[in-house]
Design a protein around this ligand. Sequence first.
Ligand SMILES: N[C@@H](CCC(=O)N[C@@H](CS)C(=O)NCC(=O)O)C(=O)O
Length: 207
Amino acid sequence: MTAPFILHGNVNSQPATRIALFFRLAGIPFQYRHVDLRSGQQKTPEYQAINRFGRVPTLVHGDRSVSESSVILTYLAQQTGKFGGRDEDETIRIAEWLSWLADVLLPVQRARAVRKFNGDANALPWIDASAVSGMRLFDQHLAGRQFIEGDRLTIADIFAFPWIDLMNESAIEAADYPNVQAWADRIRALPGYQPQYDLMPSADAAC
Ligand SMILES: N[C@@H](CCC(=O)N[C@@H](CS)C(=O)NCC(=O)O)C(=O)O
């Protein structure tokens, strides 16, 4: 029997959501460990032994622990054969998307985090303007496409999706981005899809 996949996450974390969503869409069971970010569990020596950056998510698989959601998704695609590149070219294209999406759409995450967790409101004008320009670019890239890369769901879609699923919490106007909306609806229609707050419990669990 292969080792179980164990996700250390937090229900409010969009990077952690990506990993839980991967498992749900792939139909692969996983174990879940809740990390209490409010009490600072992520900065304890025990947790930093599996994640040097002291953040969620972390994936533990056998003797290996992997951090950074884009790297975890890439690892899971390799390990499971799901949602990765079908050849070397596609694998490189997907890696390009992961890097680009992390740059261009991160302000969408920040726009939510500042609002939801009482961050510095003085930063909002700059964050919101950056989020809008990122969303415009993303919408342009999605024109005429069903999914981000090629004709099927890949880890690039799973990476971007949580930011878009909760874009109302980021104060982003969905109607301004019709290609993004259509793409998100396609993902919501896939078997296994669950919204962020249903994907991870607020305690340890087998999922
Ligand atoms: N680039 C990282 C971002 C991870 C991240 O920002 N995690 C946040 C929660 S969304 C966290 O653990 N924050 C707690 C802290 O920094 O102490 C990834 O994609 O995994």
